[in-house]
Design a protein around this ligand. Structure first.
Ligand code: HEC
Ligand code: HEC
Ligand code: HEC
Ligand code: HEC
Length: 439
């Protein structure tokens, strides 16, 4: 483990890499690895201690390492994204674009990476793998790489929550464990070095995974910092630090025992990515585009907030309708529509602009729903989701008609009850459940 003195310069770093390279001239293979990036596209830079890492420096470093050793293997155990707020979507998208610049050989998929859905990941055509499921049609089950006639087989085992939204990628079962075991045995028999990255803690990994057939096991580090490798029988255990502040480098040779390959003579280094490491010029356009998109989004939010604060919203919220339309209000309150935002919260998706639109009033429109703190009165599917903006109607004591008063029922429902979100929708059976009014 390398610690960095405050005076550590870029040239020290170059020297360090040079020495590192020459020192290990005997080692035949190099694996560069990283763990949970956890949404850290760039360091905040608020403190010197915190100013490590970031994709711009990672690209610089991996380019230098590859220049010296074009054959190195570059792997991430996944956990790239964190999704807590709506703006995390933009950052996540640019993290994935940054992954393209880094040109990883293998990236594991973790549950946290699925926060925006599988398509959010697959559209970037990155080398994702996920080995939990027999019928996982979305991501590659494993990835094999060749280096100097040696095969390396990569697998990813991620603990996934048993959530209905993630139906496309199943959670572990005895069948998927068995399948992994068989795949590992097959690869070992054919002479491959097997590498499994996992989100499991060591105690769980020992219980679930067949360590006997795993040469390299990469598990999360306990304290988010890189840990020295440890040997457990024939398995070498690596624990990458989190947040993209450093890279781990393992150099090793391989010995054949008959058909079977084993890792021998390994050495390990941790490479820091301090402030003194220049940003890669290759990241310039990417970073500019990221900031432009964030800025546009921020300005839009400010505009929406200002409109809201000036009280200009055309939406009134259901509570305002109650006084004059008590029976309609009571009926609505008893339907699922009134709970639509709570239901989104319960699956942890109330930050995702892809979901909020149909589960609130006027989202992304001036004066419409922003979030549960600023606009609690517009959460859920309400009167105005169907009837349209009605503040003017309220102000005029019913003289000004509601926004959608000329809309047919089918048109009203079709805003949200579309095929992939409500496949069994049928006006005949659905309307009676929410019916009110004269007809
Ligand atoms: C195009 C509109 C639309 C979008 C976008 C949308 N939903 Fe829905 N959602 C619906 C409708 C309509 C229903 C009711 C379906 C039914 O019962 O026929 C629903 C129902 C639900 C339910 C309740 C299911 C139940 O069992 O009661 C949840 C939870 C939910 N959606 C979550 C989400 C999440 C998460 C997203 C984003 C990934 C999302 N929705 C995006 C329209 C939408
Ligand atoms: C799911 C969509 C939807 C929601 C939510 C909804 N409405 Fe309606 N509402 C309708 C439709 C559609 C009609 C028209 C029924 C018809 O064609 O007779 C209607 C009819 C009415 C009428 C009667 C109009 C008339 O002349 O018969 C009133 C008043 C009304 N709604 C008020 C409300 C209020 C107040 C709320 C919220 C507390 C509300 N609605 C929520 C869809 C909705
Ligand atoms: C101060 C009383 C008052 C409030 C508050 C009020 N309304 Fe009305 N509303 C009326 C009256 C009066 C009528 C009947 C108008 C008519 O029949 O000409 C009406 C009619 C309606 C109709 C049928 C005609 C149309 O314009 O579509 C709907 C739907 C409706 N209201 C929805 C709402 C909604 C939604 C709210 C809350 C955002 C609301 N109203 C708040 C008084 C009110
Ligand atoms: C703004 C989007 C939106 C509109 C417009 C809308 N719905 Fe919904 N609807 C939803 C959502 C979201 C849910 C799921 C609520 C939940 O369970 O969290 C839902 C659920 C329902 C349910 C409950 C399903 C069940 O099995 O309990 C019925 C019934 C329904 N809608 C009927 C209608 C009808 C009829 C219309 C048109 C008159 C309509 N909705 C218009 C979004 C909408």
């Amino acid at each position: 483990m390398i610690t960095i003195k405050p005076g550590f310069s870029f040239w020290d770093l170059c020297l360090f890499i040079f020495m590192f390279q020459s020192q290990s001239a005997l080692a035949a293979y190099t694996l560069v690895y990283s763990g949970n990036l956890n949404g850290e596209l760039e360091p905040c830079g608020c403190t010197l201690e915190g100013d490590f890492g970031g994709i711009k420096r990672q690209v610089s470093m991996i380019d230098q390492l590859r220049q010296k050793n074009p054959d190195l293997i570059f792997v991430s155990s996944g956990g790239l994204l964190i999704a807590e707020m709506p703006s995390d979507r933009i950052r996540s998208d640019y993290i994935l674009r940054g992954m393209k610049l880094l040109n990883y050989d293998v990236i594991g998929v973790q549950a946290q990476d699925l926060a925006f859905g599988t398509e959010f990941l697959t559209r970037h055509s990155l080398p994702f793998i996920l080995s939990n499921s027999a019928s996982n049609a979305v991501f590659a089950y494993q990835k094999n790489l060749r280096r100097q006639s040696q095969t390396f087989s990569f697998f990813q085992w991620s603990a996934l929550p048993a959530q209905s939204m993630l139906k496309a990628v199943h959670t572990e079962s005895s069948a998927t464990v068995k399948q992994l075991r068989q795949a590992l045995i097959r690869e070992k028999k054919s002479g491959a070095i097997t590498v499994v990255t996992t989100t499991l803690r060591l105690s769980e990994a020992k219980k679930i995974l067949p360590l006997k057939y795993i040469d390299l096991l990469i598990i999360p580090s306990r304290r988010d910092t890189f840990t020295e490798p440890t040997q457990i029988d024939n398995t070498l255990l690596l624990q990458p630090g989190a947040r993209g502040m450093r890279f781990g480098v393992l150099q090793f040779s391989i010995k054949k025992h008959g058909q079977e390959a084993r890792i021998v003579d390994w050495r390990h280094k941790v490479i820091p990515l301090p402030q003194t490491l220049p940003d890669s010029p290759r990241t310039k356009a990417w970073y500019a585009a990221y900031n432009a998109e964030l800025k546009a989004d921020y300005e839009k939010q400010v505009r929406l907030r200002t409109q809201l604060e000036q009280g200009k919203s055309p939406y009134a919220g259901a509570e305002k309708c109650r006084n004059c339309h008590l029976p309609e209000y009571q009926k609505w309150k008893s339907t699922q529509h009134a709970l639509a935002y709570e239901d989104l919260e319960s699956v942890g998706k109330n930050f995702d602009p892809n979901c909020i639109g149909c589960h609130s009033v006027g989202f992304n429109r001036p004066g419409g729903f922003l979030n549960a703190e600023l606009t609690p009165h517009l959460a859920g599917v309400q009167c105005e989701s169907c009837h349209g903006p009605a503040q003017a109607h309220v102000d005029s004591i019913g003289k000004t008609p509601t926004g959608n008063h000329q809309w047919a029922k089918t048109k009203i429902c079709a805003q949200c009850h579309i095929d992939n979100h409500s496949p069994s929708f049928n006006l005949e059976t659905y309307w009676p459940k929410v019916a009110h009014g004269k007809k």
